[in-house]
Design a protein around this ligand. Sequence first.
Ligand code: ADP
Ligand code: MG
Length: 504
Amino acid sequence: MITVDHPLLEVRGLTKSFAGVKALQGVDLSVRAGEVHCVLGQNGAGKSTLIKTLSGAYQPDSGEIFWQGERITIGGPVAALERGIATMYQELDVVDGLTIAENIFLGHEQATGGLLHVASANARTAEILTRLGHGEISPRTEVGSLSAANKQIVSMARALSRDTRLIIMDEPSAVLDSQEVENLFRVVKELTAQGIAVVYISHRLAEIRRIGDRITVIKDGRSTATGLSVTDTSTPELIRLMTGRDVDNVFPAAEPIAADAPVVLSCHELGVRGVFRNVSFEVRAGEVVGLAGLVGSGRSEILEAIYGARRSTSGTVTVNGEALRPGSVAAAVAAGIGLSPEERKSQGLILDEPIFKNVTLSSFGRFARSGFLNERRERQAAREQIEALELRPANPDMVTRTLSGGNQQKILLARWLVHGTAVLLLDEPTRGVDVGARAEIYSLIRRLAEAGTAIIVVSSEIDEVLGLADRVLVISDGDVLTTTNANDIDEPGVLDLVMRGSAA
Ligand code: ADP
Ligand code: MG
């Protein structure tokens, strides 16, 4: 019998930045063989970045990784697999066009000279699937035809086909229904009983309580606690570790909405089958309404349905008294709805055009005289906005691509200020934005509201929703749990509601 006096995996002081965004700023983690080690953190905390550095997808900027007591670097995904570290990514990396056996054994010892010994690969695959409690699935099934839950099984089977010591699972339950989650838990227990360690990433406390042995909490790229025992740590303590920030005064004070401010946008029993249901609320001119909830709660989908990018299957959206045609972006835009999407880099901005073009985009009418764009006036309008926004560098001719995420977001918001819009839908307005630029974006959003815009904001950072919004809808699994004044609820309160909502 081998006695192991060091952890299987130990991580010290890991850091990783992306173009100015500090995703990891010092993470410690120590994982023992045969345990389920949960990594808990809010969205954007750095969980995925951490596991991508452990699986060799990213190289850390600094910090140390020890594997079975030996200091190592993980050169790439193959190197990680060879060490015995397998990863089930959030975006599952199985190949749809291949069979299960091909997915598992391609690029493996079973393949010689590029040829797969089909019969033996199928037989080995069947064995592993049985071990995972899925003997009913044929190894010859094409992966593209499988459910997300079964794709996860394939991903786990692939891990088991090698001498895997550690399996990292990035929010595996996010795509599963409750029956499938039960099955996943059973498989996790099976794996740990065989001495395999599981690093289980999640933001669902209820789940962690059921499956986890120990917990590491990550907040703003740092481990705020590591190796906590699941049974000895209270829920309020975990919530404090996840969120407990010194709430700085970055949010601009909001004037109370005028009592006679007109209702601009109204959703009545809006729903998209299988995604969210029965969403009713109103937004008045000058009001900011926030949608708070975890990823997968249906927040972004509600915005998409209002914008017509997703067809609602029930209920209505009304702008200034006119009901919109469901599923028509053209109708939404004509009614004065603007969307700042989460993926603003691909959807919102023309990155190779200068700043002034992006600011004035979609207000062409105003700058065109007898059919020609008046560049001088466009530039002048953009320059005024750039000054007001403290955009850096303050040069309207700069190519937009060269700006930071925060400055790109400011340009999008500036466009709405120039353009004027009845309703503005903001999805993750500060995603990928540095703390410094956030306050400026917040005050820009407030200015848009003061100009009479009705605003809906979605963010996975709950304190951001609460800080920006006048009123908040708390959403979990497609249901509105409550609608309240933003002042009447705090972040632990929202999390508590959501955790109870999703644990049910
Ligand atoms: P989590 O998985 O906990 O939600 P992530 O690790 O995905 O968090 O992200 C942590 C932070 O790093 C976020 O602020 C995110 O916007 C940023 N980030 C993650 N990946 C990248 C990337 N490839 N480029 C730029 N920023 C990134
Ligand atoms: Mg993630």
